[in-house]
Design a protein around this ligand. Structure first.
Ligand code: TYM
Length: 332
């Protein structure tokens, strides 16, 4: 079966609706057709300072949320990045293949480093995309399901795969990004010109899928809409309403033109009230499933142990090929 792989960082207590609609929901759908590997990127998380206790808790939370979203640990390998040492090991080899200027062009680095000044950013933040490329290439996946913000990292991954293959010997599959057309970029509810983001959205700007249902409803009702009163999809003129239509359509399965017709001649108020209900219907069971899963840590540890075993088997085989091809002496 063809393979897919993807990851998510445990940098907040809960995934948000952008993570869910842009990525995690696809993961659950893809596992029928593909051999799947999904992981929590704890090593990526420490590129910015994390409190150890919180990081550990958030890692479990992320795992529980993947399962609550329908990722099935019997069919898919669900694991934690730091349980697969080959990823950091291949990361080093790929760093040595990457140009300094090439790494510097990564817009996520530029954005994140811009906040505290480049001098204050960790070297890990700079080498992050090469670790990500390693995470991916180790599994030789056909597709990598991610949101739009990861496209540039995927392009670097493809370049590095091709570079390694031509400098040494064909070793890596050159993976394709799998970016959903409709939900690749869910926007901030308070500033719909920016993406919904754990690190930069205000609490009111993002829907945390573990929020109390009442909080979710309130956030939707107070989402920024645009001037005018017409519920119409127009990302240029009406970014706020368009984002809400995208979310509404993704959660309800009703197409955007059907929603536009349904709300023709009615105001934003009705529209937001109904969307709030749709969102509450989604978050309520999601939340209770996640909390239930979090109650049984032994079970989560079992899932992770099984996932790590499967992941390490594949990853170590690739790393052995890589080490041999770059000219490292095999340990005897
Ligand atoms: P992370 O943790 O920032 O995000 C997880 C996934 O959610 C998607 N996403 C969004 N999609 C739509 N709208 C949004 N507003 C939105 N915000 C986030 C992201 O595109 C991502 O797919 N570097 C990765 C983690 C990672 C990884 C990997 C992913 C590490 N190694 C290997 C794939 C393969 C990250 O920080 O995702």
């Amino acid at each position: 079966r063809p393979r897919v792989l993807s990851g998510i960082q445990p940098t907040s207590d809960t995934i948000h609706l952008g993570n869910y609609l842009g990525a995690v929901r696809q993961w659950a759908q893809l596992q029928d057709e593909f051999e799947a590997f999904f992981f929590v990127a704890d090593q990526h998380a420490i590129t910015v300072e994390q409190e150890p206790k919180k990081l550990r808790e958030r890692t479990y939370r992320a795992v529980a949320q993947l399962l609550a979203a329908g990722v099935d640990p019997e069919r898919s390998a669900v694991f934690v990045q730091s349980h697969v040492p080959a990823s950091a090991q291949l990361g080093w080899v790929l760093e040595c293949l990457t140009g300094f200027g090439e790494a510097r062009r990564m817009t996520q680095f530029k954005d994140k480093a811009a906040k505290g000044g480049e001098g204050a950013a960790s070297v890990g933040l700079f080498t992050y995309p090469m670790l990500m490329a390693a995470d991916i290439l180790l599994y030789r996946p056909h597709f990598v399901p991610v949101g739009e913000d990861q496209r540039q990292h995927l392009e670097l991954t493809r370049d590095l795969a091709q570079r390694f293959n031509s400098r040494y010997k064909k070793t890596f599959r050159v993976p394709e990004p799998h970016i959903p057309a409709a939900t690749a970029k869910i926007m901030d509810l308070q500033d719909p010109t920016k993406k919904m983001s754990k690190s930069s959205s205000s609490p009111a700007g993002l829907i945390d899928v573990l929020d109390e249902p009442g909080v979710t409803a309130k956030k939707i009702r107070s989402a920024v809409t645009d001037s005018g009163a017409e519920v119409r999809f127009d990302e240029e003129e009406k970014p706020g309403v368009s984002n809400l239509l995208t979310i509404y359509s993704a959660l309800s399965g009703t197409s955007i033109p059907d929603l536009e017709a349904q709300y023709a001649g009615r105001g934003y108020g009705d529209f937001k009230k109904d969307l709030a209900e749709v969102a509450v219907e989604f978050v309520t069971p999601f939340r209770s499933r996640t909390l239930e899963l979090l109650d049984d840590r032994d079970q989560l540890d079992k899932v992770l142990a099984l996932g790590a075993e499967r992941a390490n088997a594949v990853a170590n085989a690739t790393l052995r090929d890589v080490y041999e091809r770059v000219g490292f002496v095999a340990p005897s």
